[in-house]
Ligand binder design. Structure first.
Ligand SMILES: [Ca+2]
Length: 285
């Protein structure tokens, strides 16, 4: 296998990663905290009201639009900064010796059919049709400092014009003592989301909540609508609350949590409804 700046032909055979989009494309240059070159997008991508035509895949587990971003120190969302940031797995990754960061975009491929089917399944009643898919894969990447550990995860950007979505796919994530932030943030943090387990010991390892959880009933996959059409707590395409809540998902225990109740056990749906009613009621008194 060539190691740097190669067009990586074909898919990497991998174990138990059936929910991944093709692990293929152009590999970035090996470096400690580097990024892809500027990637010109073949279709514009709408991200919470901003339309972008360029993108960077940053080695330390995140993607940014207007400029690359080197930061290897994850920070908790919301950041309230002037940067749109998509972070499938923000931590200190080191591909100087092992692992690959790959990216590819598709405009007329079976990948579009897959994306169309997936989005219509998770977000029904939108009659969505994918026109462009961008896939960034961190394939068996190591944590700093090149410990030989392996973590595999993916960010999939899907555009159908005005509507846009992001999927995160998680495979095997070697345990690490480093913190991990998974989710997305926006300029001034008007919208943000943190996958439960971020900044905890359950982010990685065999019990990773990223790999074992889901907000669309596909183990290891998290799906978000990221145009301005919807935000907040979503489950199976339904919007439960527009507040800055996050979705909590563990096997047999799914629901939304309300700010201020983060120390409590995950809410069941009856509890969610009661909290929503409480919030709604409190606004009118
Ligand atoms: Ca790094």
């Amino acid at each position: 296998m060539l190691l740097t700046d190669v067009s990586f032909a074909g898919e990497v055979a991998s174990q138990n990663q059936g929910h991944f989009y093709p692990i293929a494309g152009t590999a970035t240059t090996r470096s400690l905290d580097g990024s892809s070159p500027l990637i010109q997008l073949q279709r514009p991508f709408v991200y919470f009201g901003n339309t972008y035509s360029i993108l960077y895949v940053n080695h330390n587990g995140h993607l940014t639009f207007n400029s690359s971003y080197w930061s290897y120190t994850p920070q908790r969302f919301p950041l309230y900064e002037s940067r749109d940031l998509i972070a499938p797995f923000w931590t200190d990754i080191d591909i100087r010796n092992t692992g690959l960061v790959l990216y590819n975009q598709y405009t007329n491929d079976s990948v579009l059919q897959q994306a169309t089917q997936d989005i219509n399944s998770y977000f029904p009643n939108l009659s969505f049709s994918a026109e462009w898919v961008f896939v960034a894969t961190w394939y068996e990447v190591a944590y700093f400092p090149t410990t030989g550990t392996k973590a595999t995860f993916q960010a999939v950007f899907i555009s159908g014009g005005a509507k846009s979505f992001i999927l995160f796919n998680y495979g095997s994530l070697a345990p690490t003592v480093w913190n991990v932030q998974a989710g997305y943030d926006t300029i001034n943090s008007v919208h943000h989301f943190t996958i439960p387990g971020s900044f905890s010991s359950s982010a990685t390892g065999v019990n990773s909540t990223f790999t074992l959880g889901s907000n669309v009933n596909v183990t290891g996959r998290w799906a978000f609508r990221v145009d301005s059409g919807a935000s907040g707590c979503q489950f199976n395409g339904k919007l439960f609350c527009k507040e800055n809540v996050f979705f909590f998902s563990l096997p047999f225990n799914k629901g939304c949590q309300i700010p201020g109740l983060k120390g409590r056990s995950p809410a069941g749906f009856l509890e969610i409804v009661s909290h929503l009613l409480l919030i709604t009621w409190s606004r009118y008194v």
